[in-house]
Design a protein around this ligand. Sequence first.
Ligand code: AMP
Length: 480
Amino acid sequence: MKTNFTDYPLSSEILKSVSMLNFENPTKVQQAVIPAVLQQRDIIVQSQTGSGKTAAFGIPICELVDWEENKPQALVMVPTRELAMQVKEDLFNIGRFKRLKVSAIFGRSPFNSQRKELREKTHVVVGTPGRIIDHMTRETLDLSKVKYLVIDEADEMLNMGFIEDIETIIAGVSKDRVTLLLSATMPQRIEALAKQYMKEPVITKIEEENTAVDRISQERYEVSQRDKIQLLRDLTIIENPDSCIIFCNTQVVVDQVYDELYEFGYTCSEIHGGMEQDDRLRIMKDFKEGRFRYLVATDVAARGIDIEDISLVINYDIPQETESYVHRIGRTGRVSKEGRAITFVTEYEGKFLRAIEKEMGKEIPLKERPETKTLTDAKDAFDQKIRTRPEVKESKGDPLSKDILKLHINAGKKTKMRPVDIVGTLCSIEGMTAADIGIINVLDVSTFVEILNNKGEMVLEELQNKPIKGRLRKVTKADR
Ligand code: AMP
């Protein structure tokens, strides 16, 4: 077993990103997946999220794709839009120094801008099944060069009714490909899919030594429906978490709980499937960055989403499926950190509780409601925290962008600007080589280009007096 990323045949560009993302050693899933994919083997991975599985397929795929090829070479299917965005960002970070372009395509987001993006050079496409099919049908996504097909969170896609879509998509990809299938559980239907579409796959099941269920301290409270809000207030005062997700079973309840907390002055936000896509993405991003402490959510936010350091999960409504319980509580205690989960159970919900306990093979201890004295003692600290804004966290990819400057050039396709013209000019600047040039994006009337390795300022200055494609152009720093 390899225990260092440098033990794998990976290029310096990929190793540089991995090290800047602070991945010190490959996780178990990565130890299984990276070598298999580098050897072009199909692989089935059964593992939980939070095990480093995105990087497990992301690293070898980013290594293997050919930069020169303009059409997508890897297609990643994921169940939700949130996950699509997140996987896109992770792959983009991994491929940062190889200058890989990664696109995310998902529903309820303008088709046209995705179509435009797909017309440009794209190495990897990440998408939800429905929208992938839309693009296939309208011939705006060319899958002829796809060599790597990833089916991520297969069990979840099955639950969401995407199984036929997945088959349609698989049928649209060349048989000469590497297929990766990742799933937390292996229902029969997924096994059948694997059997039918995969070639002698390597099969790995990653047993977590310390599973989410063991790692997370869990408690429950008996409460009536009417009294839930009061209990929620009391417990948040006692727990006083830095960040907390409150799960409800329906959108209506999410709205209600959010309104209450907002009234009481909590820094909070809400997310559910009935909200506009852009709002959902923005809220997830803000929550990840730690801009507010309390997120009230339906199961939309439970699956796959990678947010570090959530200190507390509260099931305001007990989920009616065991699987959902495990995913929800798994939002806390990520990557071997410890976490806490509290579940409210009303007198009619005992059957859900028993099903969950049976499946986990573990009882969730019942707690008494906090006493008035405990509450009074905790109130000051709580009030103080609620009055201060949380500290905004650096996003994972930030360190990778530190020595990169993005420039804007006011010329584009309309004036026949091509990436080679930009590269030509940039390489004629003393001290610049092709390796210092990042992603180039030529739009209709403007072009964005990234200058790597801290050479941005120097290049910006040089370009004030250096023609590009025969003319002086207006070159400025691009707004972030
Ligand atoms: P995932 O299972 O893909 O949701 O990843 C869970 C988290 O682990 C993400 O925040 C990754 O950035 C992080 N991660 C992935 N690989 C490693 C590694 N080798 N070392 C440390 N953290 C990692």
